[in-house]
Ligand binder design. Structure first.
Ligand SMILES: Cc1cc2nc3c(=O)[nH]c(=O)nc-3n(C[C@H](O)[C@H](O)[C@H](O)COP(=O)(O)OP(=O)(O)OC[C@H]3O[C@@H](n4cnc5c(N)ncnc54)[C@H](O)[C@@H]3O)c2cc1C
Length: 659
């Protein structure tokens, strides 16, 4: 079996990053001017990296598929971003953020990476404030904080329910400054289709101009992918419709390993699925769990009446409500991590206590907090989320429904778990370099910091940590000896061959001319994934899922229909390319889930649970990162390499959110 070198620096965990920065190789200012870096992606990870590298003097080529960097999926992030500032004086520290993140990830993340993340978290807030990001403030002017799951302190910085948008505007303004300075060249509406490898190193990409349909070649001294997660493999997810994993999967086909793909996050607070023609799910931010209480009826008769529509939630009095998270997890209550909250909702619904007509929903109720704080304060905190919920469901969660025995009952939201985030992704070492030298992966598209479950508000923290504070150092260690290389011509045979390969694939897909739309196959993929590789997984289910996925790939290869031509704009063709890669990604998720005979975080194998239905890890046999390697063809099963996890200061134990 191969071994993976995670390149974790020597020394105590708390000093590794400082030591690394003190000893890494640097690129001198003159040489930076000679070096080109391709950054694919303009979300929080890509935009922050491109802006920082430009500011440092490198020449940056920055790509995105949207018409503006500001339309990257990061703009959708609602609830907030974590940092260990301890402004609340409630006992937070770098160590506590580090500890909560490792524990939240069910002890499947790399200790050294997570410590570094917690360490740089405070710099992110300073950087963003300096850019003018309008974080919420207390009356006295201090930055405000709220709580997110898996923590007993308030460390989440936010800008109403639009934190991602405000952070992205901050990163975008830094990026625009570099564009104006000529250090970053933007390529909007370009899609990376392949990475070009010369002498074993990533030296460029093949990108499709999405408007003209033409393939173009770009060379550089290093390539960074910041292309987001693979949640849309499940068709219905909270991700933006354009989110895709094509760049990551193509890098996988070229030799970058894919780590822990089975670690997929199912978010507990999404608007439930409404019907068969839906193509998108909407998140109700985790921040709502600060003041909203989750419940189902105590009595099955009440649940049946709710499902039949003969009773409404507010008609069920306080004493007949089961606040099951507060009951099961008294210490963390409604703020248990997402995997725990999602499974608890599924457990109640599986037992028949679901509250909507499909039986697949629970209530999120603000009655108590509205009475305590007043509707104005609640709207101040969550106004745009309440509006969004009302626009979609026609129910206003701030509307008083009735008063009984002096208690005010407001109309509750209905929520249900949905695919939201992917902890797995491209394997990277401590320097964020993949198994292809010169190819780096940052943000959601890598696997690095969240283990088997990400805590709320930690994705923005990781994306910005990678882009502003980690990659700008670590990439220099690689680039230090690259300035002696002349700028590569894109006429090299390696570029030729890569472009021909992409063109051949496009011709193949266009040539199928079958009978099924891209969306109908994608929807089927989503069903297979949710049924067999979803919230509860079993050996039999996964084996069946893998069979169905292989069959579906055949169906795609023989029966997909892409209208129009390959010239010019063809959105269906772009979707078909994404779907080809989602299918392969789905298989990877299933292979990984099948081999991991334990439950941890978002990966729940029903065979491995405690008597109380909690995830049961097997640290003796699975205390490692599972990294999968492509075997030359989509038809051949990938091969597994294990990177053992080494913990120096954290004691691995069973997660406990009860006391
Ligand atoms: C509804 C919602 C709310 C969320 N709220 C929060 C929150 O409050 N706090 C939190 O911490 N996290 C939150 N998250 C998670 C967080 O938003 C994401 O993990 C994070 O924004 C991902 O950032 P990124 O830069 O890695 O990728 P993205 O923002 O997804 O950006 C990907 C970029 O890559 C480009 N791209 C993709 N493929 C290609 C290609 N082949 N070629 C060229 N360009 C390509 C895209 O154009 C885009 O610019 C939320 C997620 C969702 C879905």
């Amino acid at each position: 079996m191969k071994t993976l070198n995670s390149r974790i620096p020597e020394g105590p965990v708390a000093e590794k990053w400082t030591n690394y920065k003190a000893h890494q190789r640097l690129v001198n200012p003159k040489n930076k001017l000679k070096l080109d870096v391709i950054v694919v992606g303009t979300g929080l990870a890509g935009a922050s990296a491109a802006a920082s590298l430009g500011e440092m003097g490198f020449n940056v080529l920055n790509f995105c598929i949207q018409d503006s960097p500001r339309r990257a999926h990061s703009i959708a992030a609602q609830g907030g971003i974590n940092a260990a500032k301890n402004y609340q004086n409630d006992g937070d520290s770098v160590y506590r953020l580090f500890y909560d993140t490792v524990k939240g990830g069910d002890y499947r993340a790399r200790e050294a990476n997570v410590y570094r993340l917690a360490e740089v978290s405070n710099n992110i807030i300073d950087q963003c404030v300096a850019q003018g990001v309008p974080f919420a403030r207390e009356y006295g002017g201090m930055l405000a904080n709220r709580s997110f799951g898996g923590a007993q302190v308030s460390r989440t910085f936010y800008a109403k329910g639009q934190t991602g948008q405000q952070l992205l505007l901050g990163a975008y303004s830094s990026l625009s400054r570099q564009v104006e300075a000529g250090k970053v060249k933007l390529y909007t509406r370009y899609e990376m289709e392949d990475v070009v490898i010369v002498d074993g190193k990533a030296r460029g990409i093949i990108a499709k101009n999405l408007v003209t349909g033409k393939l173009e070649r770009f060379s550089a001294n290093a390539v960074v992918i910041a292309t987001g997660g693979y949640g849309n493999t499940y068709f219905l997810s909270t991700n933006a419709m354009g989110c895709n994993c094509t760049a990551a999967v193509q890098a996988f086909r070229k030799g970058a390993m894919m780590a822990n793909p089975s670690y997929v996050q199912i978010h507990p607070t999404c608007i439930p699925v409404h019907g068969n023609n839906q193509s998108k799910l909407t998140l109700m931010s985790e921040s709502l769990r600060n003041d909203g209480r989750i419940w189902v009826p105590k009595n099955i008769e009440d649940a049946k009446a709710l499902q039949a529509g003969t009773k409404q939630g507010w008609e069920i009095p306080e004493e007949d409500r089961d606040y099951y998270l507060e009951r099961r997890y008294p210490a963390f209550g409604n703020l248990v991590p997402r995997d725990v909250a999602s499974r608890a909702a599924k457990e109640r619904c599986d037992k028949g206590f679901g509250v909507n007509n499909t039986g697949l929903a629970v209530f999120l109720d603000f009655s108590e907090s509205i009475q305590r704080l007043g509707i104005d304060e609640i709207r101040q905190r969550y106004g745009n989320l309440f509006d969004m919920y009302e626009e979609i469901t026609d129910v206003n969660p701030g509307e008083l429904a009735c008063v009984k025995d002096g208690v005010e009952y407001y109309k509750p939201m209905m929520i249900f778990p949905a695919i939201h985030y992917t902890m797995g992704g491209v394997w990277v070492d401590y320097e964020l370099q993949t198994t292809i030298p010169g190819l780096f992966a940052i943000g959601e598209c890598n696997f690095s910091d969240h283990g088997a479950n990400r805590l709320g508000a930690s994705a923005l923290m990781q994306g910005l940590a990678d882009g502003y504070f980690v990659l700008p150092y670590t990439i220099q260690n690689y680039l230090a000896d690259q300035s002696i290389w002349p700028r590569l011509s894109t006429d090299l045979p390696e570029f030729d061959e890569a472009e021909k390969g992409v063109q051949a694939e496009i011709d193949r897909i266009m040539g199928i001319q079958g009978k099924r739309s891209v969306d109908s196959i994608h929807k089927e993929l989503g069903h297979i994934m949710w049924e067999h590789v979803g919230m509860g997984r079993t050996k039999e289910g996964l084996e069946e899922g893998l069979k169905l996925l292989k069959k579906l790939r055949k169906e795609f290869d023989e029966n997909v229909f892409v209208p129009g031509t390959k010239e010019g704009l063809n959105v269906e063709l772009d979707k078909a390319i994404h779907l080809r890669d989602f299918i392969l990604m789905g298989e990877l998720v299933a292979y990984d889930a099948l081999h991991r005979e334990e439950s941890c975080g978002g990966h729940f194998r029903e065979e491995h649970q405690t008597e109380e239905g909690e995830a049961k890890r097997d640290d003796e046999n699975f205390f490692y990162v599972g990294a999968w390697e492509y075997q030359g063809s989509d038809d051949v099963a990938p091969e597994l390499t294990k990177e053992p996890l080494e913990y120096e200061i954290i004691k691995v134990q069973t997660r406990n959110y009860k006391n």
